[in-house]
Design a protein around this ligand. Structure first.
Ligand code: AMP
Ligand code: MG
Length: 580
C-alpha cells in the first residue's frame, strides 16, 4: 500500500469535506431519489476511511505481502547452514529452508474466504489465479520472504522423542492485519526440511482435506484453533500405508496454508531444555510473554510463573471445550500442544458419533492413550513436560506445583460450565454434575449419538419431550428415552430448569441451540469429500465448509444431504491413523 504523508491526508480530507458539504446542499435542494442518499453515504464512507474511522479495503492478492522482516527472524537466532539436508540442529530456534516445488500439476482446491479476509486482509475473489496457486503450493516464494522451519522436540505417546521440528512445514512469514493482529503463515506439505528425519516432507490429500476442514470447523464452533486459508492438491504422489495393516500405495499430495498467532509448542521449550540451551529458553519465554501474554508485565519478578499459570488455565479450557463437543484430537503429543493452547496439527482426530468415553479415533493408538476420556489427563501430562522444560526459569517450585495441582479443578469447573450450557441450565447447582453424568451414562448404554442427543434435546419443547412426542426426524434422543432411568432423569432435569428460573421453553431452546451444534465434521463426511477430490472433484469440500461455517443453524441444504441424520452404516467402519 502507498504511504501517505499527514499533509496529503489533510488535503484529501479537506477536499472530501468540501464535496460532502456541496453534495449535501445539492441533495437538500434537488435530490428526491434514493440514489442521492447513496452518494452521500459513499462519500461519508470515503471520509470515514480517510480519517481512519473505517478500516481499509481488502487487498487484491497481487498487492498483498508479508509484514517484513517479521518479528521472529529479528528476535531469534537462525541456523547459518542454508543447505537442506536432515541433521541435528543446536543453539537456534529456526533453520532457513525453501519449500520444494512440486513437479507436476497443482490446483487450488479450496480456500476459506473468511480466513483470507478476516485474518489476512486478502480479497478472496482475487486468489483464483496462478500467482496465488504458486504461493499456496510453495512453488514460488514471495519477494522478501525468508521461509523458516522451526526446531522443536516432544513427547510422543508418552516417550521423549528427541528432535522433531517442522519436518514437512515451513513458516512462510508473518502478517500484521488491519486489526493489528500478528499472524504466522505456516505452509504444511511443503517438502523436506532439516527436520524431516526419514519423511518425504509431504502431506497427502486425505489428511490435508481433513486438516483444512477441521481447522475451520473448530473455529466456527468457537474452539481455539489454528485456521486454514487454502488447500492445494497436486498430482505428485508419495507412498503411504493409510493404516498400519494396509498395503502401501501411491497417494496424491497437498498443501495447506495454516494460520496461527504463534506456532510455538510445548516441544519448542522441551528441545532447548534437553540440550541445556538456557539462554534460548529465557528468550523464547520472554518473546512469548511479550507478544502473546501481554497482560503479564515483563518486569514482574514472577512473570514465568504467571505465564505457566496462564498456559495451565488455557490447556484446561481448550480440553473442556473439546470434551463438550465430543472431539478427540487423536495424537495430542507435547509437540502438538500449541503454547497458546489452540488446537493444532489435525491428524487422526474425530468428532465422536456414538457416545463412548473410551472412544479412540486413531487406529495406531493401540493402548488408547489418546482416547476421548483420557484427554484431560493427557493435558496434564503435557503441562508436566512444560513445567520440566521451564525449570530453569521458575524458582518457586512449590508455587508451580500448586498451579499444576489446580489443573483438574480448573478443567472440571470449565467442563461443568459447558455441560450446564449444553443442557440449558442457568447458574449452577450442586446436583448438576449428577445430571450430566446420568445423561452421559444413559447415552453410553444405548450408543446414542453425542452431537444429536444434545441437539435434539434443544429442538424439542419439554411438553413434547414428556409425552415422547418426537418429530419424525429425531433419531438419537428417542433411544435414550426408552431406558428405564429416563423418566427419573427427566423429572430432575425439569426440576433443575425450574430452580434456575428458566420457565420459558423457547428461551431454553434458543440458549441450547446456540451451543449444541447440529452439524459437526464427522469422519464419513470428510471421507466423502476425500473420495471425490481423489477423482478431481472439489465441490464437496466447499459444500462442507459452507455447512460447518454455521454449525448451530439448521440448514436446508445440509439436511437435504442428511448431514444431521444417522451416519450411513459404512461410517462406523472408517478408520484413521497417524499416517498422513
Ligand atoms: P505430526 O504427527 O504430523 O504432528 O508429526 C510429528 C513429527 O513428524 C513432526 O516433526 C513432523 O514434522 C514429522 N513428520 C510427519 N510426517 C512427515 C513427513 N511426511 N515428512 C517429514 N516429516 C514428517
Ligand atoms: Mg505435529
Amino acid at each position: 500500500m502507498m504511504s501517505r504523508t499527514p499533509r496529503t491526508s489533510m488535503l484529501l480530507i479537506g477536499l472530501v469535506l468540501l464535496f460532502a458539504t456541496q453534495l449535501r446542499s445539492e441533495s437538500e435542494q434537488v435530490c428526491t431519489s434514493s440514489s442521492c442518499s447513496k452518494d452521500v453515504d459513499d462519500l461519508r464512507y470515503l471520509y470515514d476511511k480517510l480519517t481512519g474511522a473505517v478500516q481499509p479495503d481488502l487487498l487484491p492478492f497481487d498487492e498483498w505481502n508479508f509484514t517484513l522482516p517479521g518479528r521472529l527472524p529479528v528476535y531469534f537466532p537462525i541456523e547459518a547452514e542454508t543447505k537442506n539436508y536432515v541433521r541435528r540442529v543446536q543453539n537456534v530456534v529456526f533453520s532457513p529452508v525453501r519449500p520444494t516445488p512440486f513437479e507436476t500439476t497443482c490446483r487450488l482446491a479450496a480456500v476459506s474466504d473468511d480466513a483470507l479476509e478476516t485474518v489476512l486482509d486478502i480479497d478472496s475473489s482475487s486468489v483464483w489465479n496462478d500467482d496465488f496457486l504458486n504461493f499456496a503450493s510453495g512453488n514460488r516464494i514471495r519477494m522478501g520472504s525468508n521461509p523458516l522451519s522451526h526446531r522443536y522436540g516432544g513427547h510422543q505417546f508418552g516417550h521423549w522423542a528427541g528432535q522433531l521440528g517442522d519436518g514437512r512445514a515451513v513458516l512462510l512469514g508473518e502478517y500484521q492485519n488491519r486489526k493489528g493482529e500478528h499472524w504466522e503463515l505456516n505452509l504444511k506439505g511443503s517438502g523436506p526440511t532439516p527436520y524431516s528425519r526419514r519423511g518425504d516432507g509431504r502431506a497427502v490429500l486425505r489428511s490435508s482435506i481433513r486438516e483444512f476442514l477441521a481447522s475451520e470447523a473448530m473455529y466456527y464452533l468457537g474452539i481455539p484453533t489454528s485456521r486454514a486459508a487454502s488447500l492445494v492438491i497436486c498430482d505428485d504422489e508419495v507412498i503411504r500405508a493409510e493404516l498400519d495393516d494396509s498395503p502401501p500405495k501411491l497417494e496424491k499430495t497437498a498443501t495447506v496454508i495454516r494460520l496461527a498467532e504463534s506456532w510455538f509448542r510445548i516441544g519448542s521449550f522441551q528441545i532447548l531444555a534437553e540440550q541445556e540451551e538456557f539462554a534460548l529458553i529465557r528468550s523464547l519465554a520472554d518473546f512469548i510473554i511479550e507478544h502473546h501474554f501481554s497482560a503479564i508485565s515483563q518486569n514482574s519478578s514472577d512473570k514465568y510463573l504467571a505465564f505457566f499459570e496462564k498456559v495451565v488455565e488455557n490447556v484446561a479450557e481448550v480440553t473442556a471445550k473439546w470434551m463438550a463437543v465430543g472431539f478427540a484430537h487423536g495424537v495430542w503429543n507435547s509437540d502438538n500442544t500449541n503454547i497458546l493452547s489452540i488446537t493444532i496439527d489435525y491428524g487422526p482426530y474425530a468428532f465422536m458419533d456414538r457416545y463412548d468415553p473410551g472412544f479412540v479415533p486413531n487406529t495406531s493408538d493401540d493402548e488408547g492413550r489418546y482416547s476421548y476420556e483420557n484427554q484431560p489427563q493427557v493435558g496434564l501430562f503435557n503441562l508436566n513436560q512444560l513445567h520440566a522444560a521451564l525449570a530453569s526459569l521458575i524458582s518457586d517450585v512449590k508455587k508451580s506445583q500448586r498451579i499444576l495441582n489446580n489443573y483438574f479443578q480448573i478443567y472440571e469447573r470449565k467442563y461443568r460450565y459447558l455441560m450446564n450450557q449444553k443442557l440449558g441450565f442457568e447458574g449452577s447447582d450442586e446436583k448438576d454434575e449428577q445430571l450430566h453424568e446420568k445423561l452421559l451414562e444413559m447415552m453410553h448404554a444405548v450408543g446414542a449419538d453425542f452431537t444429536m442427543t444434545f441437539r435434539e434435546l434443544s429442538e424439542i419443547a419439554l411438553t413434547d419431550l414428556a409425552k415422547e412426542n418426537f418429530p419424525e426426524d429425531f433419531w438419537s434422543l428417542p433411544k435414550v428415552v426408552e431406558l428405564g432411568d429416563w423418566s427419573e432423569w427427566l423429572k430432575s432435569y425439569i426440576a433443575r430448569l425450574l430452580r434456575g428460573g428458566s420457565y420459558s421453553d423457547t428461551a431454553r431452546q434458543k440458549r441450547m441451540q446456540e451451543v449444541n451444534p447440529r452439524y459437526v465434521l464427522r469422519n464419513y463426511m470428510a471421507h466423502r469429500a476425500i473420495t471425490q477430490a481423489n477423482n478431481g472433484h472439489y465441490s464437496e469440500i466447499d459444500f462442507l465448509l459452507s455447512v460447518l461455517k454455521k454449525p448451530f443453524e439448521r440448514q436446508e441444504a445440509a439436511d437435504a444431504r442428511d448431514y444431521a441424520r444417522r451416519p450411513p452404516s459404512w461410517a462406523a467402519k472408517l478408520k484413521v491413523s497417524c499416517s498422513s
